[in-house]
Design a binder for this molecule. Structure first.
Ligand SMILES: CC(C)(COP(=O)(O)OP(=O)(O)OC[C@H]1O[C@@H](n2cnc3c(N)ncnc32)[C@H](O)[C@@H]1O)[C@@H](O)C(=O)NCCC(=O)NCCS
Ligand SMILES: Nc1ncnc2c1ncn2[C@@H]1O[C@H](COP(=O)(O)OP(=O)(O)OP(=O)(O)O)[C@@H](O)[C@H]1O
Length: 206
């Protein structure tokens, strides 16, 4: 099974690409979705978050106040680290289990959509890695439009991430998402064709 990592920064266009991949029948493992699901699967995570960050980061019904926790951790490297130390092992465990299940299901190709693919070194477990790239101004504008966040909130999230230029360097393919969505999806189709061709060449060599 061919494993493809898809990453980028906040608002660079990962979900836009993932949604298209799902539409054309490719199975996508979505790390952001898993980061919400693990809270329900493993109740001890909320317990540990409560011990570390206090009751303030929960809303009255007991659910995590994601926006508030995000504002805390994306402005403070130490707090971000301690939150990640709690949650990331569960996320990675789930990601690996879901990829294994897809492999057992004899999928030919899967995509792992993960914002911290490279930070967590999950790129090393993939056959190819793709970064979806936009310039900083476009990134800020799109996230502010989507999340109704302030410019300060958006900039603190961007600056807490590995830079898109560094991610580009660590990738096999780069998708430029500055233009229209249709143009981006054409690039995605082209990358898939190249990957398919490379797969064929490999099997002909054997
Ligand atoms: C801090 C949390 C609760 C904020 O929730 P919120 O609903 O506001 O954001 P959401 O989960 O939709 O994430 C949106 C974007 O934030 C960025 N982001 C999320 N986690 C991280 C992180 N650890 N480091 C850098 N950027 C991150 C990504 O660009 C992501 O696509 C949430 O992002 C979270 O649980 N993060 C930690 C999980 C994680 O590290 N996931 C990545 C695993 S590969
Ligand atoms: N080419 C494009 N032109 C205009 N708007 C776009 C384009 N690509 C994405 N967008 C919009 O920009 C916003 C961010 O895109 P998207 O949600 O796909 O990014 P993401 O990388 O998944 O973000 P996150 O890291 O926060 O999950 C969305 O509102 C989306 O509709």
């Amino acid at each position: 099974m061919l494993k493809i990592g898809l990453t980028g920064g906040i608002g660079s266009g990962k979900s836009t690409i993932s949604n298209f991949l799902k539409e054309i029948g490719i199975k996508v493992v979505d790390a952001d979705k898993i980061s919400r699901e693990v809270l329900g699967i493993y109740p001890e995570i909320n317990e540990r978050i409560r011990n570390e960050f206090g009751e303030n980061v929960f809303v009255q019904d007991g659910n995590l106040n994601r926006k508030m926790l995000g504002n805390i951790i994306f402005q403070n490297t130490e707090k971000k680290k301690s939150f990640e130390n709690i949650i990331i092992p569960y996320i990675i465990k789930e990601i690996r289990e879901r990829i294994d299940a897809l492999e057992k299901n004899r999928e030919k190709i899967i995509v792992l959509d993960a914002p911290t693919l490279m930070e967590q070194k999950l790129n090393e477990e993939m056959d190819y890695n793709i970064t979806v790239w936009v310039d900083r101004e476009t990134q800020i504008e799109r996230v502010m439009g989507r999340d109704k966040s302030s410019i300060e909130e958006v900039i603190s999230r961007i600056d807490s991430q590995m830079s898109l230029d560094k991610k580009k360097e660590l990738s096999d393919f780069i998708i430029d998402n500055r233009g229209a969505v249709q143009d981006t999806l054409q690039q995605v189709k082209k990358v898939l064709r190249v990957i398919e061709e490379m797969g064929k060449e490999e099997s002909e060599k054997r």
